[in-house]
Structures are given as structure tokens and as C-alpha cells.
Design a protein. Structure first.
Length: 206
């Protein structure tokens, strides 16, 4: 996960919310919403940071606080995130992100800057993601399924790549590390899948 800075909501969502009897199901302009979510998340799933596209068949619109329990938030833009398909249609053991989460709550929200999501995560050499917060650590596995083998493999590949750069770039000065962070974050319309893992590693080195 990475911090998501929410931008301006689509006009169509604000207009729909102002109408009588409006709800998420009868909001007809979800394509506009998908485009806004993918843009502000720079093409990455809000949870696993795999690739998402602003298409019905390439992402899901996630309610961080679910519609069933929090119906008053179903059209609140701050509660809406872009998620990958997360193994939709597969067995629960193969699902992750929003598909696995269903209506369960999460302790920390990547789109709430006060939650400082990136400070709550760490990555192991095998690609495992974990948290020092015991409750959230359990949620990473049980609620979000973020340590499925293929997700770990993708994160490990990113870690291996940045480790190889680290070995080749010695001696590494802080400015060089910051340059690598900037190359992976600054002014990019689209980030590389799982690149927040590399950014985390580089920030540890700073």
C-alpha cells in the first residue's frame, strides 16, 4: 500500500449525491469515477499496488467502509478507492484485496493521510508484507490476502531489482538514493506495479 492523496471528486458524483433517492447502485456514470480513482492512484490498486485500468473489466470500485454497514458513505468520495479484481471468481483462498475483504473493516485507510499507511508496513526479503501493529498485521493476511504467493513473488522481484541497483551503485550517497525515490514517485502519471516496495526500501536506506 501507499498513501493516496484524494483529489476533487467527479462532478457527476456530486450532482448525483445531491439528488433525491440517490445511491451507489443508481449512479450511472461510474466510468467517470473509475477514471478519477485510477488517476489519483497513479494506476495502482489501493491495497496490493498491482496494476489497475479505468475499465469495468480491469478494476473494482472499493468502498473502504462497506455499503452494507455504512450506507451513509456509499457516495462519499473520500470512502471510494480503486482496487484490482483480486481473483474475482476464484476460491476465497486465491482472492485478495477488495474481493477478499467483502464487508469487513480495516484498521487503517491508505487514503487517510492521518493514518500514514506507509509507516505501518514493512517488507521482508521474500516479498512478505507485514505490520508491527498486531491487529493490522492479521488483517493484511486474513482480510486482504496480501501474502498470497504470487503477490509475494511480484514484491520480491521489485526488491531484488532495487537491491541489485544498491550493490552496483556503491558507494551510495543520500542524494543518489533520493534520486531513485524521485524517479519512482515524482510527477509520474502512472507508477510501476509494486513500486512502493522499492520506495520503502530506499527510504529505509535514507
Amino acid at each position: 500500500m501507499r498513501v493516496i492523496t484524494k483529489g476533487a471528486e467527479p462532478n457527476s458524483l456530486a450532482q448525483h449525491r445531491a439528488q433525491a433517492h440517490s445511491d451507489y447502485d443508481n449512479y450511472a456514470q461510474k466510468d467517470e469515477l473509475r477514471t478519477a480513482l485510477v488517476a489519483e492512484q497513479k494506476g495502482l490498486c489501493c491495497y496490493c499496488t498491482g496494476r489497475i485500468r479505468a475499465e469495468l473489466t480491469a478494476m473494482k470500485i472499493e468502498h473502504w467502509q462497506c455499503q452494507a454497514t455504512y450506507p451513509e458513505l456509499q457516495l462519499a468520495y473520500g470512502n471510494l478507492l480503486g482496487a484490482c479484481l483480486g481473483g474475482k471468481g476464484k476460491s476465497r483462498a486465491e482472492q485478495h484485496c477488495d474481493t477478499r475483504k467483502t464487508n469487513r473493516d480495516l484498521k487503517w485507510n491508505p487514503a487517510n493521510t492521518a493514518h500514514a499507511i506507509e509507516t505501518r508496513l514493512r517488507y521482508l526479503a521474500d516479498g512478505t508484507v507485514e505490520s508491527a501493529d498486531g491487529d493490522f498485521n492479521a488483517q493484511l493476511d486474513d482480510v486482504l490476502g496480501l501474502n498470497l504467493s504470487y503477490l509475494k513473488s511480484n514484491r520480491k522481484a521489485v526488491l531484488d531489482s532495487v537491491l541489485e541497483w544498491w550493490r552496483r551503485a556503491q558507494p551510495v550517497q543520500p542524494a543518489k538514493i533520493q534520486g531513485q525515490i524521485d524517479r519512482r514517485t515524482n510527477q509520474l502519471a502512472e507508477l510501476q506495479p509494486f513500486s512502493p516496495v522499492a520506495v520503502w526500501f530506499l527510504r529505509q536506506k535514507l
